[in-house]
Design a protein around this ligand. Structure first.
Ligand code: DDH
Length: 293
């Protein structure tokens, strides 16, 4: 595969484990964010939205390569409401490493850090994204609509070059962490109990909770249960489609299977549209705990 943007070797001497550790420390230092959910979930969402505008049919635009989420116009896309907070958190880290780090690498690495520090799988990561100017920013409005049904979700992930339902279901399993906020998205509530631990709870809740379709205070329809958890219509789509549902059942029973598919799919997501030379190392990072930090 030699299409897309060529990864740069410019910052190959950067010690990315040090950058990882600084982001991980940021998560530790901001544990009170969002009523003690912490900032892991919002950093993961930042990495996803920095990558999730990709369109495989226009391989040159919309992935994480150009780091365009740093521009106000992209941060002000209604789909990105709430991510200014996450970008501001990362700014001091960018400053510290600015002559050794691109924004695209920082944003995607922050997602890897968030998943790993919240107890999720190891995610392989490569450097080489290069800041693009404002011309490289995709138009607003390319992120997914939470009111979509199974057909919509499948088609959306096809645009991101995910052709296997298993990858789509695993990626949406990131909704195990964090919550929706009425002021950001017009939806409200967490998907489960362990909002800052990366687990397969999302899939277990989809199958095992009793969900009621209700209209929330913003006038949007969402599924609620009696424990205060919620599901978006696009989440519920994963049990309304036979093929998706089988995969939800597998991931609900086998967390390791979820972790394995999530790791490879997330790694692909953050590398969409980028061409890496064979010599670019694939990096795996240690968590702070693993380093006794
Ligand atoms: Fe998501 N997501 N997401 N999501 N997402 C929201 C929050 C979070 C959709 C809609 C919403 C992924 C896929 C989809 C995370 C990660 C990922 C919110 C609430 C909405 C709405 C935002 C707010 O109010 O603050 C839709 C639609 C889809 C879809 O694909 C159909 C994927 C693939 C990921 C990923 O990381 C791989 C995370 C984490 C959050 C929680 C953020 C927080 O502040 O907490």
């Amino acid at each position: 595969e030699t299409t897309g943007f060529k990864a740069s070797q410019q910052f190959k001497s950067t010690n990315y484990q040090n950058v990882y550790n600084d982001i991980a420390q940021l998560i530790r230092d901001n544990e009170e964010h969002d009523d003690y959910i912490g900032c892991g979930p919002v950093l993961l969402r930042l990495a996803w939205h920095a990558s999730g505008q990709f369109d495989v049919s226009q391989n040159v635009r919309g992935g994480a390569y150009n780091g365009t989420l740093r521009f106000d116009k992209e941060l002000n896309d209604p789909s990105n409401a709430g991510l200014g907070y996450a970008y501001n958190l990362l700014k001091p880290i960018y400053k510290k490493y600015s002559d050794q780090l691109s924004h695209g690498d920082l944003f995607t690495l922050a997602g890897v850090v968030a998943v790993q520090e919240m107890g999720g799988p190891k995610i392989p990561w490569r450097y080489g994204r290069v800041d693009g100017d404002i011309e490289t920013m995709p138009e607003n409005g390319r992120l997914p609509d939470a009111n979509g049904d199974a057909g919509y979700v499948r088609k959306f992930f096809k645009r991101l070059d995910f052709l296997k339902d298993e990858e789509t279901v695993a990626l949406i399993g990131a909704h195990c962490v964090g919550k929706t906020h009425l002021k950001n998205s017009g939806f409200e509530g967490p998907w489960g109990a362990a909002t800052n631990m990366f687990t397969n709870e999302f899939f277990r809740n989809l199958l095992n909770e009793k969900w009621n379709l209700e209209t929330n205070d913003a006038g949007n329809k969402q599924y609620n249960n009696d424990k205060g958890y919620m599901m978006l219509p696009s989440d519920m789509a994963l049990v309304q489609d036979g093929s998706f549902k089988k995969i939800v059942q597998k991931f609900a029973e086998d967390e390791q299977a979820f972790f394995t598919v999530f790791s490879s799919a997330f790694s692909k997501l953050i590398e969409n549209g980028i061409y890496f030379e064979k010599s670019t190392p694939i990096l795996y990072f240690k968590t702070l705990d693993e380093q006794d930090l």
